[in-house]
Design a protein around this ligand. Structure first.
Ligand code: LLP
Length: 437
């Protein structure tokens, strides 16, 4: 069993997080319930920031809010001095409503609408990560005399996932300007020729849940080679290189991530080396961690309900949520660890599979989990659900989305209310029978 952050077993044998008994939280707020260990989020944020600080380089650590966006989360990111990556009008609206400093917001997306871009410009956000030619056109139309700070998102032909990275030469991706086929050069010339843009530099993101540094090194090399070309040909001096997010976390014992500082050390070393080789001044280094800031800080508590034994095959234990609050197992085959929150140290006498309650056979949360004999009313705590859990939650089968609680130093704070049945129908309008003439 592996505990993250401030998780521990208390004297009652219950799972405690942030000094708060999770069984009491389940009883107070109902289940399913997302619980976030605020101290662990702070620890991760500080680890990233301090790693850059030790190297004495200018850097921004932008929290990729797609991993989990809410007013309180954005405020916590602000408090920790992070910047913020948003990918939609909705995430931008949340950030602004939370009072996040606009100048530290970076706006991503492969199909930003005119309205979304107008909103970003109106609020003077720090930077737009321009993704395609249509977007450049829209920005120009909306700029009205401003020089809009932009990064060009490029696809460097490096794709990384967990322990593998592949070189694709020309990347088959919906994101960004291709670095290898002339698209990035064309975008560069367009941006440089127009007074509507202030080109800060280049962005790339090579993938997610990455455990090795080689892909980041290679991406930095490719980006620098291009920036050096642009420097020679046009005298361009980049002030920013953004290497995206994707730093891996430990979901189960199969995962063995390196510490946050190891990614940063390697990125800084390579950027310094490249800047020197290419005879460019050292740019600011930006990164965009999502999962690695909030993933292992999140735990979901469910109430156990029905049980189905399929003799000689398996036992299904069903919980009161599922793919509606965590779609990752169904969508990606993602794996999780779990314990009974009310009997953490109980002897694990059986192997069961945890099913969700949605009407879909694929709605399984965990296959073959060793647990003490679980009874209806027991609480199941699934670890590491902090990233892409709530943010990808949905109302399939009209299940209300769960509440979110922050815990820290013995205090619990409700930060997202549970949806009610009334919430579910609030946008529905009655059917009007056609009026006969
Ligand atoms: N920056 C960019 C441009 C990205 O596209 C992403 C993630 C990130 C940063 C943050 O990546 P992270 O550090 O969280 O790995 N729903 C999937 C993950 C999708 C990631 C999309 N982009 C999942 O649940 O695993």
């Amino acid at each position: 069993m592996f505990f993250h952050g401030t998780s521990r077993v208390n004297e009652k044998g219950h799972l405690e997080i942030g000094g708060v008994d999770t069984v009491e939280l389940a009883e107070m707020y109902g289940t399913p319930l997302y619980i976030y260990d605020v101290a662990l989020i702070r620890t991760r944020a500080r680890a990233f920031k301090e790693a850059f600080h030790r190297h004495g380089v200018q850097a921004q650590v932008a929290y990729a809010s797609k991993a989990f966006s809410s007013i309180a989360m954005v405020q916590l990111a602000a408090e920790e001095g992070l910047s913020l990556d948003v990918v939609s009008g909705g995430e931008l609206y949340t950030a602004l409503a939370a009072g996040f400093p606009p100048e530290r917001i970076h706006f991503h997306g492969n199909n930003k609408s005119r309205d979304e871009l107008a909103m970003a410009l109106e609020h003077g956000i720090g930077c737009i990560v321009a993704d395609n030619f249509y977007e450049l056109e829209l920005i120009e139309q909306l700029a009205s005399g401003r020089a809009v700070p932009v990064l060009l998102r490029v696809t460097p032909g490096v794709e990384a996932h967990t322990h593998d990275y592949i070189l694709t030469g020309q990347e088959d991706s919906k994101f960004g300007f291709d670095l290898n086929n002339g698209q990035a050069d064309e975008a560069f010339r367009r941006v440089m020729a127009s007074p509507s843009f202030q080109l800060l530099g280049v962005h790339c993101h090579i993938g997610s849940q990455i455990f090795e540094t080689a892909g980041f090194v290679l991406a930095a090399q490719k980006v620098f080679t291009k920036m050096a070309e642009w420097n020679k040909a046009y005298g361009f001096i980049p002030s920013v290189i953004n290497l995206g997010g994707g730093f891996g976390i430990r979901y189960t014992e199969e995962d063995d991530p390196i510490p946050v500082s190891a990614y940063v050390d390697c990125i800084v070393k390579e950027v310094k080396r490249q800047a020197e080789t290419c005879q460019l001044p050292l740019p600011e280094i930006w990164i965009e961690p999502g999962r690695s800031l909030v993933g292992d800080a999140g735990t979901t508590i469910y109430t156990i309900g029905s049980r189905k034994d399929v003799p000689n095959v398996r036992t299904y234990i069903a919980v009161d949520g599922g793919m509606s609050d965590n779609i990752r197992p169904a969508l990606y085959g993602a794996k999780y660890e779990a314990v009974l929150a009310n009997r953490v140290l109980g002897e694990r006498t059986e192997t069961v599979s945890i099913a969700g309650k949605c009407c879909e056979s694929g709605d399984m949360l965990i296959w073959d989990l060793a647990l003490p004999e679980a009874k209806p009313g027991d609480y199941l705590a699934v670890f590491c659900t902090g990233a892409y859990g709530y943010s990808m939650a949905n109302n399939y089968n009209r299940l209300p989305r769960p509440a979110v609680v922050f815990v820290e130093n013995g205090d619990a704070q409700l930060v997202v209310k549970r949806e009610t049945y009334e919430d579910l129908i609030q946008h529905d309008l009655p059917f009007k029978a056609k009026v006969r003439k």
